[in-house]
Write a protein of this length. Structure first.
Length: 247
């Protein structure tokens, strides 16, 4: 009887082990790659979760001081606009600080009766106040107008977080310097022109005893001191007011 049978071959020794290695090696490599990717992805996610924990402290910015004539050092510098220049000049001329200073100086001049042409009474007080007011108005107008040509910023920069010594230095430094349109500190040329310029210009309408070169130079020196005093007021008065009216 004939049997239709196919010949069978014995497997060579070690073939099964080799096939298993060839079969499982790609699986092991793929598994390692997946694990590596999982670690890489999980690390940033874990880090972000740590950063977003509800009990993590959140940094807060100091409040930004906003004013017509003051720039906060805590805010990025922004160049002064034309409208802000007008507001600055008006605030410096008609603001309470200017009113108080004018009242004080006019009262002193009236008490000393200088100049004598104005007289010692209320009429003399009004003339002295008006004369000072005209000089302040012209000085602020000159400084704001000329500064607009080359981008000089007349506003004061206040930083209450500095030590007291640094703040005093800041008062003196910003009496003779100003920021340009790029935020860099430069000599305050418009102020250098405005303070002596208004004092010599006012000689044209002052009484004879005050319409001299010597008197104009004296008033210029007082104008520089007044600028320093104004900066000191701007720097420290908010702190004094806070302590006086703190509840």
């Amino acid at each position: 009887m004939l049997h239709n049978s196919r010949p069978t071959y014995a497997a060579e020794p070690g073939t099964g082990g080799l096939a298993g290695m060839l079969l499982f090696r790609p699986l092991r490599v793929s598994t390692l790659l997946l694990l590596t990717c999982g670690v890489v992805v999980a690390c940033p996610a874990s880090h972000s979760q740590q950063q977003q924990r509800p009990d993590a402290p959140i940094a807060t910015q100091a409040p930004v001081e906003r004013s017509v004539n003051v720039i906060s050092a805590n805010a990025p510098y922004r160049a002064i606009s034309g409208n802000e220049r007008i507001q600055w000049a008006a605030q410096q001329t008609f603001g309470p600080q200017s009113w108080l200073t004018g009242t004080f100086t006019a009262a002193i001049g009236t008490a000393r009766d200088t100049p004598a042409e104005y007289g010692p009474h209320w009429e003399g007080f009004a003339k002295r106040y008006g004369m000072r007011f005209s000089g302040v108005a012209s000085s602020n107008t000159i400084e704001a107008g000329l500064g607009a040509i080359w981008g000089e910023d007349p506003r004061y920069v206040r930083d209450p977080s500095l030590p007291i010594g640094h703040r005093l230095t800041n008062v003196l430094l910003l009496s003779f310097t100003a920021h340009n349109r790029h935020g860099r500190l430069v000599p305050a040329y418009a102020r250098y022109i405005a303070i002596p310029g208004n004092n010599f210009l006012s000689n044209t309408w002052r009484v004879n005893s005050e319409a001299t070169t010597s008197a104009a130079l004296t008033r210029t020196g007082y104008g520089v001191l007044s600028e320093i005093a104004s900066n000191a007021w701007t720097e420290f008065w908010p702190d004094v007011k806070h302590r006086m009216f703190k509840k």
